[in-house]
Design a protein. Structure first.
Length: 91
């Protein structure tokens, strides 16, 4: 989990949202536990590129996977919607 976490964080910082999503999906395939911090990092990576549909999809999967939702994940998803001019989705 540490290697995936570091790689996803690097993707977040460099706005490589598609790579972050790829790594995140690989974690699920390999049955590596994904926590709130990882979900938030992937949502933030999407937010940096205004990829609001993907940010909302990851946020939805967070709740579907019964992972605790935190303010960071919600704020990043709202920011992604704002950057993508999808303010109605943020509400």
């Amino acid at each position: 989990i540490i290697i995936y976490s570091a790689a996803i964080s690097a993707c977040e910082r460099s706005a490589k949202w598609s790579m972050a999503l790829h790594l995140f999906a690989a974690m699920a395939q390999e049955r590596v536990e994904r926590d709130t911090i990882l979900y938030s990092s992937v949502i933030s990576a999407c937010e940096k590129n205004a990829e609001w549909p993907m940010a909302l999809e990851v946020l939805h999967s967070l709740t579907a996977d019964s992972v605790e939702v935190d303010g960071i994940a919600c704020s990043a998803a709202i920011a992604a919607c704002a950057k993508g001019a999808a303010w109605t989705q943020a509400v």
